[in-house]
Design a protein around this ligand. Structure first.
Ligand code: KG4
Ligand code: ZN
Length: 342
C-alpha cells in the first residue's frame, strides 16, 4: 500500500454467520482489494443442510488462514487497517461467535475500532459496493435463506421494514422443496438449474398474497402444496417430472416476490429498487423484476452473484458506512443469533 493510500479508509470485513468463512479488504468503500471465501457446502451437503456444530468447527479451522490470505492479497498488514467489521447476527450462534471473538481479538491487538454488522443490512449494502451512485430513498427486497423483507431506506442507517415473511423465507422454501425433490443443498441454485428443463405452467401452485394490503409474505403453505402434490402422486404410483415441479414452484415464488414488491413500489413511489440476499442470484427473479420495474420507470439494482450469497465484501461495505459516522462497537460486542432489522 502506498503512503497516500494509508490516509484512506481501509476496512477488513469478516463474515462467519452460517457456512461461509469470508474476509475482504475494502479501500474507501468501493475498491475491493481482496475477497476470500471458504465455503463449507461440500461438508454439509451429505446431511442435506447446515449442521451448526460442524459449521462452527469449520469456521475455527478456516478463520485465521482466510483473514491472512485477504490481508496478503491486499498487500497490507493489520497496521494498515482503519477498522475491522464483523457480522454479529443474525445467524448460527456458534458460527457467529468464531467471527466475533476473532475480530475482537484482532481489532484489540491492532489498536483499531471494531464495527458490529447486522448481516441483513450487509446483504443490502452489497449493492453500494458496485453502484456508488445510489440515491435515497431506496426500496430493498431482501431474499435469503433465513429472511424475506421489504425495506424502505430513507437514508444510511434509517430504514423501515414494510413487510416480512410470517413463516418460511423464500430461500428456505426453495431449499426444502429441493430436498424433497432429491436435489442437493443449497436447493435454490439446484431448483434454478433443473427448472431450465421444465414447464413452469405444468403445475399451478398457490400464490399466497395474504390480506389485500399486506406487504408480508408466507411461503410455508406454498411449499406444503408442492409436498402434498408429490405425496398424492406417490400414493397413486405416479412419478412426476422433477423439472416441471421445480419450474412451477420457482415461478410461484417469483410471482409472489414480484407482486409484493410492485405493491411496495406503488405505495412508496420510490424510484430505485435494491435486490439483495442469496435468492437475488436467481435469474428468473432478476428478469421478472427487471421487466416489471422498467414498466414502472423504476431502476433495479442487484449485486453480482458472488456478492448476493454470504461474503465478507458486503460486511466491509456496510462497515465503511458505519466507519464514516464513527459507529463503533464496544469490546463487549456479543453474537446475537436472533438479531433483526429495525
Ligand atoms: O444470503 P444467503 O447466502 O444466506 C443467508 O443469509 O440465508 O442465502 C442463501 C439462500 C439459500 O436458501 C439458497 O438456496 C438461496 O439463497 N440461493 C438461491 C440461488 N442462489 C442461492 N435461490 C434461488 N436461485 C439461486 N440462484
Ligand atoms: Zn446471508
Amino acid at each position: 500500500m502506498t503512503p497516500s493510500q494509508m490516509s484512506n479508509v481501509v476496512i477488513l470485513g469478516v463474515e462467519t454467520s452460517c457456512d461461509d468463512t469470508s474476509a475482504a479488504v475494502l479501500l474507501n468503500g468501493t475498491d475491493l482489494r481482496s475477497h476470500v471465501i471458504s465455503s463449507q457446502i461440500t461438508t454439509h451437503q451429505k446431511y442435506g443442510g447446515v449442521v451448526p456444530e460442524i459449521a462452527s468447527r469449520e469456521h475455527s479451522l478456516h478463520f485465521q488462514p482466510v483473514v491472512q490470505q485477504a490481508l496478503d492479497e491486499a498487500k497490507i498488514t493489520f497496521r494498515d487497517l482503519s477498522a475491522i467489521a464483523v457480522t454479529y447476527g443474525p445467524g448460527l450462534v456458534g458460527s457467529l461467535l468464531v467471527g466475533v471473538s476473532g475480530a475482537k481479538a484482532m481489532a484489540y491487538a491492532a489498536g483499531v475500532p471494531l464495527i458490529g454488522i447486522n448481516h441483513l443490512e450487509a446483504h443490502i449494502y452489497a449493492n453500494f459496493l458496485e453502484h456508488q451512485d445510489l440515491q435515497f430513498p431506496l426500496l430493498a427486497l431482501l431474499v435469503s435463506g433465513g429472511h424475506t423483507h421489504l425495506i424502505l431506506f430513507e437514508a444510511h442507517a434509517r430504514y423501515k421494514v414494510l413487510g416480512h415473511t410470517r413463516d418460511d423465507a423464500a430461500g428456505e422454501a426453495l431449499d426444502k422443496v429441493a430436498r424433497t425433490l432429491g436435489l442437493a443443498y443449497p436447493g435454490g441454485p439446484q431448483i434454478q438449474r433443473v427448472a431450465q428443463e421444465g414447464d413452469a405452467q405444468a403445475f399451478t401452485f398457490p400464490r399466497a398474497m395474504l390480506e389485500p394490503d399486506s406487504l408480508d409474505f408466507s411461503f410455508s403453505g406454498m411449499k406444503s402444496a408442492v409436498l402434498n402434490t408429490l405425496n398424492s402422486a406417490r400414493m397413486r404410483g405416479e412419478i412426476l417430472s422433477v423439472p416441471d415441479i421445480a419450474a412451477s414452484f420457482q415461478q410461484a415464488v417469483v410471482d409472489v416476490l414480484v407482486r409484493k414488491t410492485l405493491m411496495a413500489i406503488k405505495r412508496t413511489r420510490v424510484k430505485t429498487l435494491l435486490l439483495a440476499g442469496g435468492v437475488a442470484a436467481n435469474s428468473l427473479l432478476r428478469e421478472s423484476l427487471e421487466e416489471t420495474m422498467s414498466q414502472q420507470g423504476v431502476r433495479l439494482v442487484y449485486p453480482s452473484p458472488i456478492f448476493c450469497t454470504d461474503n465478507g465484501a458486503m460486511i466491509a461495505t456496510a462497515g465503511y458506512y458505519h466507519y464514516l459516522v464513527k459507529d463503533f462497537a464496544p469490546w463487549t460486542l456479543n453474537a446475537n443469533p436472533g438479531l433483526n432489522l429495525g
